[in-house]
Design a protein around this ligand. Structure first.
Ligand code: BES
Ligand code: MN
Ligand code: ZN
Length: 490
């Protein structure tokens, strides 16, 4: 069984019309533009005819098939240039590739007139990310053989941009595979194996792995408490990547890796638990970024921190009302065992700061349902008291369309997580009030003086159904393109 569809993509500098089908994207007001000049004369005439008879106008979403030299030419409309965004382009390209005319066709040539780097990047993402399907558990039958199996020959501009985007999309899909699979497959042990495979034979990488025994010896009590009801090994992995000789310039990425979140004794109800294998999406994103950083040979020093645990029930499970001491020495009152991500992250953040002294730290986590209420499924939440870090991340978000929206953090928030019996409490006292912010403030209490930003991907990491933006059903790889871009350019 193949894990997922893998569209193969090959770069070519110009259209050859030698494949079973050629997919041509045309803008509404430029159907007869410059690009047409390079086409074979008869084809040009066909397109001109279709255009003057109003049969193909280039409207957004329009797909028109014609046969030329016994090959299929598919004209696809991009709509008006002023209305075209990179996001709508991705959606259009994805949809056109799924057109029924191409169903049985394996080799497709594809071209967009005069692509800028941005356009080519978006088209490539539409092919490689937009046509990803998770099908490890679908038994083989012809219906499953859709666009995933195609070989796309993309007529594109810069070969360099093409290669970089291809590599980054691989990282995104790697992350998605980890998120989509069963919780009992993607365990902490599996994640350790994944890390070891990624860094095998790399000279500028080292890794520290803390298992239950070491977590206990070093006093990561919060992390351990969350995992207490589980038979699986809790694990904290710190991958140290050396890409630069600059000493005081190290970015730490910390990912929440709850391989499953039942809520613990504050058990989640039916309807809220079904997708909780995806509660390791932050950790998976960090691994995807690691993969990209290795492939692109990014010239930065980076720590990839992956905190793994399983929040399940049983006689050993940690309990509401428990007071637990974490690595930083602070005591925490457990107001709710379902607010477990912040506990695991608090210890991971403390441990990273104390032992590795990063110059900035970004955590990424499926942290709160409240973030989904606030922002929905298309924007990840960004919380940061650091103006520079926040604006750098917002810029990367704009550049990649891996969308984030900034939420506030301010001094008075710390009053919301006061405890009467411990130093701090893991839930806010006002139920339902700004849960995404109190969760972020909780993490903030452990960041000391390190410039810090928090990404809440609870709404963006996973799509149900089909067609949100340019994603199919399942994991999206939220954060991977964003953080890869951020690390490369900041
Ligand atoms: N993993 C969840 C957050 C989540 C919700 C992720 C929906 C993806 C989709 C997190 O551990 C959680 O349960 N948070 C609670 C916190 C509450 C108990 C304060 C929540 O958001 O309900
Ligand atoms: Mn939870
Ligand atoms: Zn969780």
């Amino acid at each position: 069984m193949e894990e997922r569809g893998r569209a193969v993509i090959t770069y070519r500098p110009q259209a050859v019309f030698d494949k079973e089908a050629t997919l041509i994207f045309l803008e509404q007001d430029h159907v007869l533009g410059k690009t047409l000049e390079s086409f074979p004369g008869e084809l040009k005439k066909e397109i001109e005819f279709l255009h003057t008879t109003d049969q193909f106008t280039g409207e957004s979403g329009q797909v028109f098939p014609l046969i030329f030299r016994k090959k299929i030419i598919l004209l696809a409309g991009l709509g008006k240039k002023e209305e075209l965004t990179l996001m709508s382009l991705r959606a259009t390209v994805r949809k056109a590739l799924q057109a029924s005319f191409l169903k049985k066709i394996k080799n497709v040539e594809m071209l967009v007139p005069d692509p800028t780097d941005d356009v080519m990047n978006a088209v490539l993402e539409a092919v490689l990310i937009g046509n990803y399907t998770w099908r490890k558990y679908r038994t083989e039958n012809s219906e499953n053989k859709t666009v995933d199996d195609k070989h796309i020959f993309l007529v594109a501009g810069s070969k360099k941009v093409f290669e970089e985007t291809r590599v980054i999309c691989e990282g995104v899909n790697f992350t998605r595979d980890l998120i989509n699979d069963n919780a009992d497959v993607i365990t902490s042990e599996y994640m350790e194996g994944a890390v070891r495979r990624l860094i095998k034979d790399k000279k500028n990488v080292s890794v520290e792995i803390l298992n239950k025994k070491e977590l206990k010896a070093k006093g990561l009590g919060l992390h351990l408490a969350v995992n207490q009801g589980s038979k699986k090994e809790p694990k904290l992995m710190i991958v140290q990547y050396h890409g630069s000789s600059k000493k005081d310039d190290t970015t730490a990425l910390v990912g929440k890796g709850l391989t499953f979140d039942t809520g613990g004794l504050n058990l989640k109800p039916t309807g809220s638990m079904e997708t909780m294998r995806t509660d390791m999406s932050g950790a998976a994103a960090v691994l995807g970024v690691l993969k990209n950083v290795l492939s692109l040979n990014v010239k930065k020093n980076i720590l990839f921190v992956i905190a793994l645990a399983e929040n399940v029930i049983g006689s050993q499970a940690y309990k509401p009302g428990d007071v637990i001491k974490g690595y930083a020495g602070k005591t925490v009152e457990v107001g709710n065992t379902d607010a477990e991500g912040r506990l695991v992250l608090a210890d991971a953040i403390s441990y990273t700061i104390k032992n590795y002294k990063p110059s900035r730290l970004i955590d990424i986590a499926t942290l709160t349902g409240a973030c989904v209420v606030a922002l929905g499924y298309d924007y990840s939440g960004l919380v940061s008291p650091d103006e520079q870090l926040a604006s750098q991340l917002l810029r990367s978000s704009e550049q990649t369309d891996d969308r984030v929206w900034r939420l506030p953090i301010y001094a008075e928030l710390k009053d919301a997580i006061k405890s009467k019996v411990a130093d701090i409490r893991n839930i806010g006292f006002a139920k339902g009030a700004a849960g995404a912010l109190t969760a972020a403030e909780f993490l903030h209490q452990f960041t000391e003086n390190t410039p810090w930003a928090h990404l809440d991907i609870a709404g963006t990491a996973f799509v149900e159904g089909d067609g949100r933006m340019y994603f199919g059903h399942g994991a999206t790889g939220a954060g991977v393109r964003l953080l890869t871009h951020f690390l490369r350019y900041n």
